[in-house]
Write a protein that binds this ligand. Structure first.
Ligand code: F6R
Length: 606
């Protein structure tokens, strides 16, 4: 959320910063800005809208300087206009910020009474003015930042320039991630390593409470107690991210198409050459587990919901899925013998990270299932498993979801087998069905033309209902989320058995229902719900297999026939056409799929 870039080196800063901001645009794209220092003087340019607006403005009227900071914003406080765009300045300071300053009102009132003036509606503007107030009392830049850090509450990643200090960037972080990149003759700052793709792969991850003085000669890092500390450098391979869209029009479509490979990679990581292959899983299997908590946000939460069904079935212990933002505040009772599993693509989601910290405070065994390497949750978890999906750029998550599901199902299967709740025969069957999955996902992607016809139909509808039973219920929630995110059509996922308890009142001829009904033990019941919808004039789009299609008859407006698959694996397979449906509906409506309105990838604020 909000992308930050800093550069200090031998070249003009603004073109480098603009390119890096483009790579971070998935973190927010409602306004952007840049500040540089040239012969000690601060220059600043800000524009509303996408990075292109800023880039165009800099082409028309360049700003000079070999040191600079840049920002792409996801608004929290104040409209997404130029006045509220970052960098925010005081008379001798420029700063970009990711996060939320929770006590900004008190700080602002205090600074106003001291005679300082403000020009934006943002929480961020208190930062340069607060730091300025310490500079005005003769503090050196790093001292002023340290004093400000003691006052600021909330989450922040901050990157400062100081007038007259042409060789210094100062950074500070609390709660929001920040990395420093090293090159032979240049130094960089970014809100995540991806921003530095193509610039450097030599990265230092700052820890919570850290601050740093970055100059060409040296890097001095201070810990949470503001004492000098050394932090190691890591080589992060991010080169492949430089031109990642390939021949696809959108990241979302590319990543949907990548799923056969990403699912294979997830499987290989756990069952290499047919053997169980993971020490982390071994360690988990050796622990007593009384209860499983599965915690995440958004799509990752739906992965948790699906996994809770799998875990109860395969391990025969209670499993509950929790929304991280609820879990962290409701004083959930969790015990040391519980296994708390945190699911997050980015590994930086503020609520999931806070929930992990809560579980740690309760001494619960914990495991994070992550995609982004070297993220905060990896560092803070007792154990972590990677889903190996590769960088996910699309704001709407696709391949990360199916890889999360693949890892969660494999994990449940392995634990169940080791604990004796899954027989050898069941284990072998499910495992070999899992290895068949990439081929079947590929076949479903091949249904594209049929899905486009359905997308054309629903693109004119005011709302869409998704229903399913059992594992298809949380799958319907994910289908609805995907559609709302990228098409802005209202969509609801509903447990099919709940329809009669209220939601069926929504059905009419303009509101179609997507019925997820693989031919399994709940099929007949789901089809009864389909009939109830048809009886009330609601259009129906049925997703089933060939057996299901025969049984359901032809009382549908559209039917999509998916391969028949082990019922346990249906959430993974049935998600793929829902992703494509959302994608093609959005493109039919002419929307920018990769930059859905109001959204950003990696939600690092609450
Ligand atoms: C939806 C989506 C979000 C994320 C959620 C959690 O397509 O991407 O709902 O799933 O913000 O993000 P992570 O997995 O990074 O914790």
């Amino acid at each position: 959320m909000c992308g930050i870039i800093g550069y200090l080196g031998p070249h003009q800063a603004s073109p480098i910063i603009i390119e890096a901001l483009r790579r971070l645009e998935y973190r927010g794209y409602d306004s952007a800005g840049i500040a540089t220092l040239d012969n000690g003087t601060l220059n600043r340019r800000r524009t509303s809208g996408r990075i292109n607006n800023l880039a165009d403005s800099l082409v028309q009227e360049p700003i000079r300087g070999k040191i600079g900071i840049g920002h792409t914003r996801w608004a929290t406080h104040g409209l997404p206009n130029e006045q509220n765009a970052h960098p925010h300045n005081s008379c001798s300071i420029s700063v970009v910020h990711n996060g939320i300053i929770e006590n900004f009102k008190q700080i602002k009132e205090n600074l106003l009474t001291q005679g300082y003036e403000f020009s934006s509606e943002t929480d961020t503007e208190v930062v340069p003015i607060l730091v300025q107030s310490f500079i005005d009392r003769n503090a050196k830049p790093i001292e002023a930042v340290h004093q400000a850090m003691k006052v600021l509450q909330g989450q922040f990643a901050l990157c400062f320039l100081f007038a007259g200090e042409d060789d210094v960037i100062i950074v500070a972080r609390q709660g929001s991630p920040l990395v420093i990149g090293h090159d032979q003759d240049a130094m960089f700052v970014a809100s995540d390593a991806l921003g530095l793709a193509g610039l450097t792969d030599n990265i230092t991850y700052l820890e919570d409470g850290d601050s740093a003085i970055i100059s060409q000669q040296e890097l001095i890092i201070f810990d949470v107690n503001q004492k000098p500390v050394s932090r190691s450098k890591t080589i992060v391979s991010i080169d492949s991210a430089v031109n990642p869209k390939g021949n696809y029009k959108h990241f979302m479509l590319k990543e949907i198409h990548e799923q056969p490979e990403s699912i294979s990679r997830a499987l290989e990581s756990l069952f290499q050459s047919g053997q169980l292959n993971d020490q982390t899983v071994d360690q988990i299997c050796q622990q007593p587990i009384n209860w499983v908590n599965l915690i995440g946000c958004g799509t990752a939460y739906y992965a948790c919901q699906i996994a809770s069904y799998w875990f109860e079935k395969l391990i025969k212990i209670p499993a509950r899925a929790e929304i991280a933002s609820e879990f962290r505040y409701r004083n959930a009772v969790i015990k040391p013998d519980d296994l708390s599993i945190f699911v997050s693509q980015s590994g930086e989601t503020a609520d999931t990270l806070a929930a992990l910290r809560y579980a740690r405070d309760c001494h619960s065994n914990n495991l994070s299932i992550l995609n982004n390497p070297a993220c905060s949750m990896e560092r803070e978890s007792q154990r972590a498993l990677s889903i190996h999906a590769g960088f996910e750029f699309s704001v709407a998550s696709t391949k990360a979801f199916t890889s999360q599901l693949t890892v969660l199902l494999s994990l449940g299967l392995i634990i169940g087998y080791r604990k004796g709740t899954v027989t050898h025969e069941e284990f072998s069957t499910i495992k070999s069905d899992l290895f068949e999955l990439p081929k079947l996902v590929d076949a479903v992607i091949g249904l594209r033309d049929d899905i486009i016809k359905i997308a054309e139909f629903i693109s004119d509808c005011p709302a869409v209902i998704f229903i399913g039973r059992g594992l298809m219920y949380p799958t319907s929630l994910e289908g609805a989320l995907k559609l709302k995110e990228v098409t802005y059509i209202h969509a609801e996922g509903i447990a099919a058995g709940e329809l009669k308890h209220g939601p069926i009142a929504l059905v009419d001829k303009t509101v179609p229902t997507v019925v997820l009904a693989p031919s399994n033990d709940l099929f007949v019941k789901t089809i009864s719900n389909l009939k109830e919808i048809r009886a009330r004039g609601g259009p129906v789009i049925l997703l089933t297999d060939s057996e299901g299609l025969v049984q359901a008859g032809d009382d549908t407006n559209f039917a999509l026939t998916l391969p028949k698959i082990n019922p346990l694996l249906t959430p993974i397979l049935y998600t793929v056409p829902l992703q494509l449906l959302a994608y093609f509906t959005a493109t039919k409506k002419g929307l920018d799929v990769d930059k859905p309105r109001h959204l950003a990838k990696s939600v690092t604020v609450e």
